[in-house]
Ligand binder design. Sequence first.
Ligand code: SF4
Length: 133
Amino acid sequence: MIIPLEIKSCKECPHFHEERMYTSDSWEMTFGWFCKKADDRKIKGYVERYEERKIQIPEWCPFQTALSRYTEKLGQDPDDDIYTIEEWNIAVEDGWIGNSDGRGYWVKDGFASRDEVFSTPQLDATHVIWYNK
Ligand code: SF4
């Protein structure tokens, strides 16, 4: 079961973790904020408690990226070709499909992006939708 969770701060996210960071002032309590979902990428260093409410969710947040990238709900058009990433990579590597044959877009969870497959990275896409010329 998936339960959507709306949050206003990384601190409310299950992928958040923090570590104490030490400064030359031993009385100072500062923390590093990190994101487990993004390989422990640092969200912000030396955060004091009074600053926490001002810290915004970073633009690179994996969930934010996914939500803003896949915006087009896939239809049921029988002319659409959907490939898994593995099938797509084989098709391109073996030369069945090339840049000049049509256009394709990255897909995840039933939504397509507007990012063309030959000019943008795969990131977290799981499929490709392809339109032959
Ligand atoms: S960056 Fe996104 S995934 Fe990472 S802790 Fe913040 S809200 Fe959670």
